[in-house]
Design a binder for this molecule. Sequence first.
Ligand SMILES: Cc1ncc(COP(=O)(O)O)c(C=O)c1O
Length: 431
Amino acid sequence: MSYSERTKKSKQLYERAGKVLPAGVSYGIRALPPYPFYLDHAEGVKLTDVDGNVYTDFWMGHGALILGHSPKPVMEAVRKQLPRGTHFGFSHENEIELAERIVKHVPSAEMVRYCASGTEANMYGTRLARAYTGRNKMLKIEGSWHGGYDSLHAYVSRPYGRLESAGLNPKTTEDTLAAPFNDLEAARKIAKNNQLACIILEPVMGAAGFLTPEPGYLEGLREICDETGALLIFDEVVTGFRLGLGGAQGYYRVTPDLTIMGKIIGGGFPIGAFVGPTEIMERIDHHKYPKPEDRSTHGGTFTGNPVSMVAGSATIDTLETGDIYRHIDGLGEKMRKNLQDIFNRSKLPATATGIGSTFATHFQDKEPKNAGDTARNDMDATRAYFTHMLEKGIIYLSPTVSHCWISSPHTMEDVEAYLQATEEFMKSYRA
Ligand SMILES: Cc1ncc(COP(=O)(O)O)c(C=O)c1O
């Protein structure tokens, strides 16, 4: 049965949605072609849509659901919390408990401030870097996605340097500079010629397809920051608690000054956080810095929301106890290796990237080193692959960037089904 025959109720919902939600969705990347399926429920790694179709999920709530959909320990913690209050708007113990867990595991963290999203955490984190250094300029990486905050919403898509959104005031990005990922010399040159408040980057570039840092790159950026007085900020919204309990900074053994977090630390509920050493973080403390011009202001209605706090703590507790990283990293390694084997046997050029429990496919013969290199990806093949996988009941986002997450309920059978569907695609695809 074709997609349109299988998804009749979704089509009706899409028509209804189009009247009240622009493009029929709440986030543009969810607007699957030709129209999205609408979910009824999700459990583990299985999604069931309103027509009763079941999909194996490799998108996993934008990577937030490392324990899968509705994991037991998180559900229990949330169920216990709900009757006690969903949103206090006052201080409570659960916000201390999650912060203690983050401080225990994340090398750069001595103190934590929460936000409601990764976007907000980047906004407040970079504001803090500017407050602490007394400088305005920021260096980011071409093609990196830090959420929708105006000043970081530059150099996201090719051609880099164009206005990224209508309505974006170009003045807000005047002090935002960019260098390609894995290009230490470009970063060094910019840092030497500008008084930078910070260099901000994802240690593994998520939205470009989980591109990894070359040996010495993160260490080199650390040195550049130490030499020039800029703060090094790792955006670990994706990698935090994904590449082990210490995130990318634990994995690569490079400690940034500030770290931006989100996704996993909310256990499937909305969250963001920026964390760092006391000396920097206390710039937010209005007791120590009573004058607004000295202090970096932070706040938010839903900061420290008790449901997100208990869900996050239950997630970290579960990650601490089990063999979860061994399981998901093992499946990730098997997936990348076997994908590459399939690609090597195929006439259609393709490369697998990723690390730990992440993997991505690039339809080109070389491994991309930075987001600019992904311009060589064959877009027709990328889109056709997405459609083929969806037909096989396998879902990830986006149709133009095939990047996927493995969570603890994924099994070897799920990996094998993914590999088999890929092999079939590679054999049947005609440009
Ligand atoms: C690396 C990175 N930073 C920041 C964000 C923004 O987080 P949020 O969508 O929670 O605002 C994302 C979202 O995908 C991300 O991948």
